[in-house]
Design a protein around this ligand. Structure first.
Ligand code: 6PG
Length: 480
Protein backbone atom coordinates (compact mmCIF):
# COMPACT_ATOMS: atom_id res chain seq x y z
CA UNK A 1 0.00 0.00 0.00
CA UNK A 2 1.62 3.33 -0.94
CA UNK A 3 0.95 6.70 0.59
CA UNK A 4 0.12 10.10 -0.81
CA UNK A 5 3.30 12.11 -0.14
CA UNK A 6 5.24 12.96 -3.30
CA UNK A 7 8.38 13.59 -1.24
CA UNK A 8 9.63 12.88 2.27
CA UNK A 9 12.31 14.60 4.36
CA UNK A 10 14.08 12.90 7.24
CA UNK A 11 16.42 15.04 9.36
CA UNK A 12 14.60 18.21 10.40
CA UNK A 13 17.40 20.50 11.52
CA UNK A 14 17.21 23.96 9.95
CA UNK A 15 18.19 22.95 6.39
CA UNK A 16 15.93 19.88 6.38
CA UNK A 17 13.05 21.78 7.94
CA UNK A 18 13.32 24.64 5.43
CA UNK A 19 13.56 22.25 2.49
CA UNK A 20 10.42 20.42 3.69
CA UNK A 21 8.62 23.75 4.02
CA UNK A 22 9.75 24.75 0.53
CA UNK A 23 8.30 21.54 -0.96
CA UNK A 24 5.04 22.08 0.96
CA UNK A 25 4.76 25.73 -0.04
CA UNK A 26 5.09 24.59 -3.63
CA UNK A 27 2.06 22.33 -3.38
CA UNK A 28 3.66 18.95 -2.69
CA UNK A 29 2.46 16.64 0.07
CA UNK A 30 5.50 16.21 2.29
CA UNK A 31 6.13 13.30 4.65
CA UNK A 32 8.21 14.28 7.67
CA UNK A 33 10.48 12.25 9.92
CA UNK A 34 13.10 13.04 12.51
CA UNK A 35 14.97 10.81 14.96
CA UNK A 36 13.61 13.03 17.74
CA UNK A 37 9.87 12.94 16.99
CA UNK A 38 9.21 16.18 18.91
CA UNK A 39 11.00 18.08 16.11
CA UNK A 40 8.53 16.66 13.61
CA UNK A 41 5.58 17.71 15.71
CA UNK A 42 7.09 21.16 16.28
CA UNK A 43 7.44 21.74 12.53
CA UNK A 44 3.79 20.84 11.89
CA UNK A 45 2.63 22.94 14.86
CA UNK A 46 4.55 26.00 13.66
CA UNK A 47 4.32 25.69 9.86
CA UNK A 48 1.47 23.25 9.25
CA UNK A 49 -0.51 26.00 7.55
CA UNK A 50 2.06 26.31 4.74
CA UNK A 51 0.98 23.13 2.98
CA UNK A 52 0.24 19.44 3.41
CA UNK A 53 2.52 17.60 5.80
CA UNK A 54 2.29 13.95 6.88
CA UNK A 55 4.09 13.62 10.20
CA UNK A 56 5.59 10.16 10.79
CA UNK A 57 6.74 8.93 14.19
CA UNK A 58 8.69 5.92 12.88
CA UNK A 59 10.72 4.94 9.82
CA UNK A 60 7.98 2.49 8.82
CA UNK A 61 5.28 5.16 9.07
CA UNK A 62 7.44 7.56 7.08
CA UNK A 63 7.98 5.06 4.24
CA UNK A 64 4.31 4.10 4.23
CA UNK A 65 3.36 7.75 3.78
CA UNK A 66 5.24 8.03 0.47
CA UNK A 67 3.71 7.45 -2.97
CA UNK A 68 5.57 5.09 -5.34
CA UNK A 69 8.28 5.44 -6.52
CA UNK A 70 9.14 6.69 -3.07
CA UNK A 71 11.35 9.83 -2.89
CA UNK A 72 13.07 10.12 0.45
CA UNK A 73 15.39 13.07 1.20
CA UNK A 74 18.06 12.58 3.86
CA UNK A 75 19.19 15.82 5.51
CA UNK A 76 21.66 14.69 8.15
CA UNK A 77 25.39 15.26 8.74
CA UNK A 78 27.71 13.96 6.02
CA UNK A 79 29.68 10.78 6.72
CA UNK A 80 28.64 8.00 9.10
CA UNK A 81 25.29 9.60 10.10
CA UNK A 82 24.24 9.48 6.44
CA UNK A 83 25.26 5.82 6.13
CA UNK A 84 23.32 5.03 9.30
CA UNK A 85 20.12 6.63 7.99
CA UNK A 86 20.51 4.87 4.63
CA UNK A 87 20.76 1.55 6.45
CA UNK A 88 17.70 2.40 8.54
CA UNK A 89 15.53 3.04 5.50
CA UNK A 90 16.90 0.96 2.61
CA UNK A 91 15.46 -2.34 3.91
CA UNK A 92 12.00 -0.73 3.97
CA UNK A 93 12.15 0.42 0.34
CA UNK A 94 11.26 -1.35 -2.90
CA UNK A 95 12.78 -1.50 -6.37
CA UNK A 96 12.70 1.88 -8.14
CA UNK A 97 12.46 3.93 -4.95
CA UNK A 98 14.82 6.92 -4.61
CA UNK A 99 17.00 7.92 -1.66
CA UNK A 100 18.22 11.52 -1.99
CA UNK A 101 21.18 12.80 0.05
CA UNK A 102 20.93 16.58 0.35
CA UNK A 103 23.92 16.98 2.66
CA UNK A 104 27.41 18.21 1.77
CA UNK A 105 28.63 14.65 1.22
CA UNK A 106 32.00 13.84 -0.31
CA UNK A 107 31.35 12.76 -3.91
CA UNK A 108 33.41 9.57 -3.42
CA UNK A 109 31.00 8.52 -0.65
CA UNK A 110 28.10 9.27 -2.98
CA UNK A 111 29.63 7.11 -5.74
CA UNK A 112 30.04 4.24 -3.27
CA UNK A 113 26.49 4.58 -1.92
CA UNK A 114 24.99 4.89 -5.40
CA UNK A 115 26.71 1.67 -6.52
CA UNK A 116 25.73 -0.27 -3.38
CA UNK A 117 22.09 0.82 -3.52
CA UNK A 118 21.84 0.35 -7.30
CA UNK A 119 22.75 -3.32 -6.68
CA UNK A 120 19.75 -3.42 -4.32
CA UNK A 121 17.45 -1.90 -6.98
CA UNK A 122 17.26 1.45 -5.22
CA UNK A 123 18.23 4.78 -6.83
CA UNK A 124 20.62 6.93 -4.82
CA UNK A 125 20.85 10.61 -5.72
CA UNK A 126 23.54 12.81 -4.19
CA UNK A 127 22.24 16.38 -4.39
CA UNK A 128 24.33 19.49 -3.80
CA UNK A 129 22.11 22.16 -2.29
CA UNK A 130 23.49 25.69 -2.10
CA UNK A 131 22.09 28.84 -0.59
CA UNK A 132 22.16 28.10 3.12
CA UNK A 133 19.04 28.10 5.28
CA UNK A 134 17.36 30.97 3.39
CA UNK A 135 18.04 29.27 0.08
CA UNK A 136 16.59 25.97 1.29
CA UNK A 137 13.36 27.78 2.15
CA UNK A 138 13.02 30.29 -0.68
CA UNK A 139 14.82 28.58 -3.58
CA UNK A 140 18.32 27.08 -3.55
CA UNK A 141 20.55 26.12 -6.42
CA UNK A 142 20.19 22.35 -6.66
CA UNK A 143 22.84 20.07 -8.15
CA UNK A 144 21.53 16.47 -8.39
CA UNK A 145 23.59 13.53 -9.60
CA UNK A 146 22.31 9.98 -9.89
CA UNK A 147 20.65 8.10 -12.74
CA UNK A 148 18.66 9.78 -15.53
CA UNK A 149 15.73 7.56 -14.47
CA UNK A 150 15.77 8.97 -10.94
CA UNK A 151 15.95 12.52 -12.30
CA UNK A 152 12.86 11.82 -14.43
CA UNK A 153 10.98 11.15 -11.21
CA UNK A 154 12.69 13.70 -8.97
CA UNK A 155 13.63 16.53 -11.36
CA UNK A 156 10.23 18.21 -11.67
CA UNK A 157 9.96 18.54 -7.87
CA UNK A 158 13.49 19.99 -7.55
CA UNK A 159 12.95 22.41 -10.41
CA UNK A 160 9.74 23.64 -8.80
CA UNK A 161 11.42 24.47 -5.45
CA UNK A 162 14.74 25.71 -6.89
CA UNK A 163 15.73 29.35 -7.17
CA UNK A 164 14.89 30.94 -10.50
CA UNK A 165 17.32 32.88 -12.70
CA UNK A 166 16.30 36.26 -14.12
CA UNK A 167 15.03 34.51 -17.28
CA UNK A 168 12.80 32.30 -15.09
CA UNK A 169 14.86 29.15 -15.61
CA UNK A 170 14.98 26.88 -12.52
CA UNK A 171 18.40 26.60 -10.89
CA UNK A 172 18.35 22.82 -10.89
CA UNK A 173 19.40 20.38 -13.59
CA UNK A 174 20.65 16.81 -13.79
CA UNK A 175 24.42 17.28 -13.44
CA UNK A 176 25.41 13.72 -14.33
CA UNK A 177 25.50 10.18 -12.94
CA UNK A 178 26.42 8.95 -9.45
CA UNK A 179 28.57 11.50 -7.57
CA UNK A 180 28.55 14.25 -10.23
CA UNK A 181 26.16 16.45 -8.27
CA UNK A 182 28.15 16.37 -5.05
CA UNK A 183 31.38 16.89 -7.03
CA UNK A 184 29.99 20.06 -8.62
CA UNK A 185 28.71 21.27 -5.23
CA UNK A 186 32.20 20.70 -3.81
CA UNK A 187 33.73 22.83 -6.58
CA UNK A 188 31.01 25.44 -6.01
CA UNK A 189 32.20 25.65 -2.41
CA UNK A 190 35.83 25.85 -3.53
CA UNK A 191 34.99 28.76 -5.81
CA UNK A 192 33.03 30.29 -2.92
CA UNK A 193 36.16 30.15 -0.77
CA UNK A 194 38.21 31.80 -3.54
CA UNK A 195 35.57 34.49 -4.09
CA UNK A 196 35.47 35.23 -0.36
CA UNK A 197 39.28 35.38 -0.13
CA UNK A 198 39.53 37.83 -3.04
CA UNK A 199 36.87 40.04 -1.44
CA UNK A 200 38.78 39.86 1.86
CA UNK A 201 41.97 40.97 0.11
CA UNK A 202 40.17 43.86 -1.59
CA UNK A 203 38.81 44.90 1.82
CA UNK A 204 42.28 44.62 3.39
CA UNK A 205 43.83 46.82 0.68
CA UNK A 206 41.08 49.44 0.84
CA UNK A 207 41.40 49.50 4.62
CA UNK A 208 45.18 49.65 4.94
CA UNK A 209 46.40 51.21 1.67
CA UNK A 210 43.47 53.43 0.65
CA UNK A 211 42.90 54.21 4.33
CA UNK A 212 39.13 53.75 4.00
CA UNK A 213 36.87 53.08 7.01
CA UNK A 214 34.66 49.98 7.01
CA UNK A 215 31.67 52.23 6.32
CA UNK A 216 33.39 53.75 3.29
CA UNK A 217 34.44 50.34 2.07
CA UNK A 218 30.83 49.21 2.43
CA UNK A 219 29.87 52.12 0.19
CA UNK A 220 32.54 51.09 -2.32
CA UNK A 221 31.27 47.50 -2.39
CA UNK A 222 27.71 48.75 -2.85
CA UNK A 223 28.89 50.69 -5.90
CA UNK A 224 30.78 47.67 -7.25
CA UNK A 225 27.63 45.61 -6.77
CA UNK A 226 25.90 47.74 -9.42
CA UNK A 227 28.44 46.71 -12.04
CA UNK A 228 30.22 43.59 -13.29
CA UNK A 229 30.91 42.40 -9.70
CA UNK A 230 27.15 42.26 -9.02
CA UNK A 231 26.80 39.20 -6.76
CA UNK A 232 25.41 37.90 -3.47
CA UNK A 233 28.84 37.82 -1.83
CA UNK A 234 29.60 41.45 -2.74
CA UNK A 235 26.14 42.44 -1.55
CA UNK A 236 26.50 40.78 1.87
CA UNK A 237 30.06 42.09 2.23
CA UNK A 238 28.70 45.64 2.11
CA UNK A 239 26.12 44.68 4.77
CA UNK A 240 28.74 43.12 7.04
CA UNK A 241 31.10 46.09 6.69
CA UNK A 242 28.32 48.64 7.27
CA UNK A 243 27.25 46.88 10.47
CA UNK A 244 28.07 48.53 13.83
CA UNK A 245 28.59 46.34 16.87
CA UNK A 246 25.84 47.29 19.32
CA UNK A 247 27.83 46.47 22.46
CA UNK A 248 30.82 48.69 21.60
CA UNK A 249 29.64 51.06 18.89
CA UNK A 250 32.66 49.93 16.86
CA UNK A 251 32.57 48.58 13.28
CA UNK A 252 31.40 44.96 13.58
CA UNK A 253 34.37 43.73 11.54
CA UNK A 254 36.73 45.16 14.17
CA UNK A 255 35.28 43.18 17.07
CA UNK A 256 35.38 39.78 15.28
CA UNK A 257 38.36 37.48 15.94
CA UNK A 258 40.37 37.40 12.69
CA UNK A 259 40.62 33.59 12.48
CA UNK A 260 38.54 32.02 9.72
CA UNK A 261 37.04 28.55 10.12
CA UNK A 262 36.00 26.03 7.51
CA UNK A 263 33.72 23.00 7.52
CA UNK A 264 35.94 21.43 4.87
CA UNK A 265 34.37 21.43 1.42
CA UNK A 266 36.91 23.96 0.14
CA UNK A 267 39.68 21.71 1.45
CA UNK A 268 38.19 18.73 -0.40
CA UNK A 269 38.18 20.75 -3.62
CA UNK A 270 41.93 21.33 -3.38
CA UNK A 271 42.68 17.72 -2.38
CA UNK A 272 40.77 16.41 -5.39
CA UNK A 273 42.32 19.02 -7.70
CA UNK A 274 45.77 17.81 -6.61
CA UNK A 275 44.77 14.24 -7.54
CA UNK A 276 43.37 15.40 -10.88
CA UNK A 277 46.43 17.57 -11.61
CA UNK A 278 44.33 20.72 -11.96
CA UNK A 279 45.94 23.97 -10.70
CA UNK A 280 43.27 25.60 -8.52
CA UNK A 281 45.74 28.01 -6.94
CA UNK A 282 43.04 30.58 -6.12
CA UNK A 283 41.02 28.04 -4.14
CA UNK A 284 44.14 26.61 -2.52
CA UNK A 285 45.35 30.05 -1.41
CA UNK A 286 41.89 30.71 0.04
CA UNK A 287 41.99 27.49 2.06
CA UNK A 288 45.55 28.18 3.24
CA UNK A 289 44.67 31.80 4.12
CA UNK A 290 41.91 30.51 6.40
CA UNK A 291 44.31 27.97 7.92
CA UNK A 292 47.07 30.56 8.44
CA UNK A 293 44.65 32.96 10.11
CA UNK A 294 43.85 30.21 12.61
CA UNK A 295 47.46 29.79 13.78
CA UNK A 296 47.19 32.46 16.47
CA UNK A 297 50.31 31.45 18.42
CA UNK A 298 52.45 31.27 15.28
CA UNK A 299 51.22 34.71 14.17
CA UNK A 300 51.95 36.14 17.59
CA UNK A 301 55.46 34.69 17.55
CA UNK A 302 55.99 36.21 14.08
CA UNK A 303 54.57 39.67 14.76
CA UNK A 304 57.98 41.24 15.31
CA UNK A 305 59.43 40.02 12.00
CA UNK A 306 60.84 42.94 9.99
CA UNK A 307 58.69 44.33 7.15
CA UNK A 308 56.72 47.41 6.03
CA UNK A 309 53.49 48.62 7.62
CA UNK A 310 51.04 50.03 5.11
CA UNK A 311 50.67 53.82 5.10
CA UNK A 312 47.36 55.16 3.74
CA UNK A 313 47.48 57.04 0.44
CA UNK A 314 46.46 60.69 0.06
CA UNK A 315 42.68 60.94 -0.65
CA UNK A 316 43.01 61.67 -4.39
CA UNK A 317 45.32 58.70 -4.90
CA UNK A 318 43.10 56.51 -2.69
CA UNK A 319 40.15 56.86 -5.07
CA UNK A 320 42.33 55.85 -8.03
CA UNK A 321 43.73 52.93 -6.02
CA UNK A 322 40.19 51.76 -5.21
CA UNK A 323 39.41 51.66 -8.92
CA UNK A 324 42.53 49.60 -9.48
CA UNK A 325 41.48 47.20 -6.72
CA UNK A 326 38.16 46.67 -8.52
CA UNK A 327 40.09 45.70 -11.65
CA UNK A 328 42.31 43.33 -9.67
CA UNK A 329 39.32 41.78 -7.94
CA UNK A 330 37.47 41.20 -11.19
CA UNK A 331 40.50 39.81 -13.02
CA UNK A 332 41.32 37.47 -10.13
CA UNK A 333 37.68 36.37 -10.01
CA UNK A 334 37.83 35.41 -13.70
CA UNK A 335 40.91 33.30 -12.93
CA UNK A 336 39.27 31.56 -9.94
CA UNK A 337 36.21 30.62 -11.98
CA UNK A 338 38.48 29.52 -14.85
CA UNK A 339 40.25 27.16 -12.45
CA UNK A 340 37.00 25.90 -10.90
CA UNK A 341 35.43 25.09 -14.25
CA UNK A 342 38.67 23.42 -15.33
CA UNK A 343 38.33 21.14 -12.31
CA UNK A 344 34.72 20.28 -13.18
CA UNK A 345 35.84 19.51 -16.75
CA UNK A 346 38.67 17.29 -15.44
CA UNK A 347 36.37 15.50 -12.99
CA UNK A 348 33.81 14.92 -15.73
CA UNK A 349 36.47 13.35 -17.96
CA UNK A 350 37.97 11.29 -15.11
CA UNK A 351 34.63 9.82 -14.01
CA UNK A 352 32.84 9.79 -17.38
CA UNK A 353 30.09 12.17 -16.27
CA UNK A 354 29.79 14.25 -19.46
CA UNK A 355 28.92 17.36 -17.44
CA UNK A 356 27.61 20.33 -19.46
CA UNK A 357 29.57 23.32 -18.11
CA UNK A 358 27.09 25.86 -19.50
CA UNK A 359 24.30 24.19 -17.54
CA UNK A 360 26.36 24.30 -14.34
CA UNK A 361 26.89 28.05 -14.79
CA UNK A 362 23.19 28.44 -15.58
CA UNK A 363 22.02 26.88 -12.30
CA UNK A 364 24.51 28.97 -10.32
CA UNK A 365 22.85 32.20 -11.51
CA UNK A 366 20.43 32.17 -8.57
CA UNK A 367 19.90 30.45 -5.24
CA UNK A 368 23.52 29.58 -4.44
CA UNK A 369 26.14 31.43 -2.43
CA UNK A 370 28.20 32.36 -5.52
CA UNK A 371 25.12 33.57 -7.44
CA UNK A 372 26.11 36.49 -9.68
CA UNK A 373 25.36 38.19 -12.97
CA UNK A 374 28.84 37.04 -13.96
CA UNK A 375 27.59 33.45 -14.20
CA UNK A 376 25.31 34.39 -17.06
CA UNK A 377 28.43 35.42 -18.97
CA UNK A 378 30.05 32.07 -18.20
CA UNK A 379 26.90 30.26 -19.35
CA UNK A 380 26.96 32.21 -22.62
CA UNK A 381 30.66 31.46 -23.13
CA UNK A 382 30.18 27.68 -22.74
CA UNK A 383 26.90 27.62 -24.66
CA UNK A 384 28.68 29.37 -27.55
CA UNK A 385 31.67 27.01 -27.34
CA UNK A 386 31.02 23.83 -25.28
CA UNK A 387 34.59 22.72 -26.06
CA UNK A 388 36.11 25.96 -24.72
CA UNK A 389 39.60 24.90 -23.47
CA UNK A 390 39.43 27.50 -20.70
CA UNK A 391 37.24 30.43 -19.72
CA UNK A 392 40.23 32.60 -20.61
CA UNK A 393 39.86 31.34 -24.20
CA UNK A 394 36.55 33.20 -24.37
CA UNK A 395 37.15 36.40 -26.37
CA UNK A 396 35.24 38.70 -24.03
CA UNK A 397 36.84 37.37 -20.85
CA UNK A 398 40.27 37.56 -22.49
CA UNK A 399 39.62 41.20 -23.44
CA UNK A 400 38.38 42.09 -19.96
CA UNK A 401 41.30 40.47 -18.17
CA UNK A 402 43.69 42.06 -20.66
CA UNK A 403 42.22 45.48 -19.94
CA UNK A 404 42.52 44.85 -16.18
CA UNK A 405 46.02 43.45 -15.99
CA UNK A 406 47.93 46.74 -15.72
CA UNK A 407 45.94 47.80 -12.65
CA UNK A 408 46.02 44.23 -11.36
CA UNK A 409 49.83 44.25 -11.49
CA UNK A 410 49.96 47.69 -9.86
CA UNK A 411 47.75 46.49 -7.01
CA UNK A 412 49.82 43.32 -6.41
CA UNK A 413 53.01 45.38 -6.54
CA UNK A 414 51.58 47.92 -4.10
CA UNK A 415 50.48 45.14 -1.77
CA UNK A 416 53.99 43.67 -1.87
CA UNK A 417 55.65 47.01 -1.16
CA UNK A 418 53.16 47.90 1.58
CA UNK A 419 53.37 44.47 3.25
CA UNK A 420 49.71 43.57 2.72
CA UNK A 421 49.19 39.82 2.08
CA UNK A 422 47.26 39.21 -1.15
CA UNK A 423 47.80 35.50 -1.85
CA UNK A 424 44.68 35.28 -3.98
CA UNK A 425 45.39 38.28 -6.21
CA UNK A 426 49.06 37.29 -6.59
CA UNK A 427 48.36 33.59 -7.26
CA UNK A 428 45.76 34.50 -9.88
CA UNK A 429 48.22 36.84 -11.60
CA UNK A 430 50.97 34.20 -11.55
CA UNK A 431 48.55 31.62 -12.99
CA UNK A 432 47.66 34.10 -15.75
CA UNK A 433 51.32 34.82 -16.53
CA UNK A 434 52.25 31.13 -16.42
CA UNK A 435 49.50 30.34 -18.93
CA UNK A 436 50.80 33.10 -21.20
CA UNK A 437 54.51 32.27 -20.89
CA UNK A 438 56.27 31.04 -24.06
CA UNK A 439 58.77 29.01 -21.96
CA UNK A 440 58.38 28.01 -18.31
CA UNK A 441 61.27 27.15 -15.94
CA UNK A 442 59.79 23.63 -15.80
CA UNK A 443 62.55 22.75 -18.31
CA UNK A 444 65.08 23.33 -15.53
CA UNK A 445 62.97 21.23 -13.15
CA UNK A 446 63.10 18.36 -15.64
CA UNK A 447 66.89 18.71 -15.87
CA UNK A 448 67.23 18.63 -12.08
CA UNK A 449 64.95 15.56 -11.82
CA UNK A 450 67.02 13.79 -14.45
CA UNK A 451 70.27 14.78 -12.69
CA UNK A 452 69.37 13.44 -9.22
CA UNK A 453 66.77 10.78 -10.11
CA UNK A 454 67.36 9.80 -13.76
CA UNK A 455 63.67 10.59 -14.27
CA UNK A 456 64.30 11.43 -17.98
CA UNK A 457 63.02 14.37 -19.99
CA UNK A 458 61.59 15.11 -23.44
CA UNK A 459 63.32 17.36 -26.01
CA UNK A 460 61.85 20.26 -27.99
CA UNK A 461 63.46 19.07 -31.21
CA UNK A 462 62.62 15.36 -31.36
CA UNK A 463 60.23 12.69 -30.07
CA UNK A 464 61.01 10.31 -27.24
CA UNK A 465 62.42 10.60 -23.74
CA UNK A 466 66.07 11.00 -22.83
CA UNK A 467 68.53 10.79 -19.96
CA UNK A 468 71.90 12.49 -19.57
CA UNK A 469 74.75 10.52 -17.98
CA UNK A 470 75.38 13.24 -15.39
CA UNK A 471 77.77 11.10 -13.37
CA UNK A 472 79.76 10.07 -16.44
CA UNK A 473 80.65 11.78 -19.70
CA UNK A 474 77.32 13.68 -19.67
CA UNK A 475 76.38 12.16 -22.99
CA UNK A 476 72.67 11.76 -23.69
CA UNK A 477 70.98 8.41 -24.13
CA UNK A 478 67.56 7.79 -25.62
CA UNK A 479 65.21 6.23 -23.18
CA UNK A 480 62.87 4.39 -25.58
C1 6PG B 1 26.25 26.71 0.50
C2 6PG B 1 27.40 26.84 1.49
C3 6PG B 1 27.38 25.73 2.52
C4 6PG B 1 28.68 25.73 3.32
C5 6PG B 1 28.56 26.53 4.58
C6 6PG B 1 29.85 26.42 5.42
O1 6PG B 1 26.55 26.50 -0.69
O2 6PG B 1 25.11 26.87 0.94
O3 6PG B 1 28.61 26.72 0.76
O4 6PG B 1 27.23 24.52 1.83
O5 6PG B 1 28.94 24.46 3.74
O6 6PG B 1 28.34 27.85 4.23
O7 6PG B 1 30.96 26.67 4.63
P1 6PG B 1 32.46 26.68 5.26
O8 6PG B 1 33.17 25.58 4.55
O9 6PG B 1 32.97 28.05 4.98
O10 6PG B 1 32.37 26.42 6.74
Amino acid sequence: MSGTAQIGVTGLAVMGRNLARNFARNGFTVALHNRTASKTRALVDEFGGEGTFVAAESAEEFVAALERPRRLVIMVKAGDPTDAVIEEFAPLLEEGDVIIDGGNAHFADTRRREKELRERGIHFVGVGISGGEEGALHGPSIMPGGSTESYASLGPLLERIAGKAKDGAPCSTHIGPDGAGHFVKMVHNGIEYADMQLIAEAYHLLRSVAGYSPAKIAETFRTWNTGRLDSYLIEITAEVLAHTDEATGKPFVDVVVDQAEQKGTGRWTVQIALDLGVPVSGIAEAVFARSLSGHGALREASASLPGPTATPLPEADAARFADQVEQALYASKIVSYTQGFHQIQAGSEEYGWDIDLGSVAAIWRAGCIIRAAFLDRIREAYDARPDLPSLLSDKQFAEEIGAAQEDWRAVVASAVHQGVPTPGFAAALSYYDALRAERLPAALTQGQRDFFGAHTYRRTDREGSFHTLWGGDRSEVANG
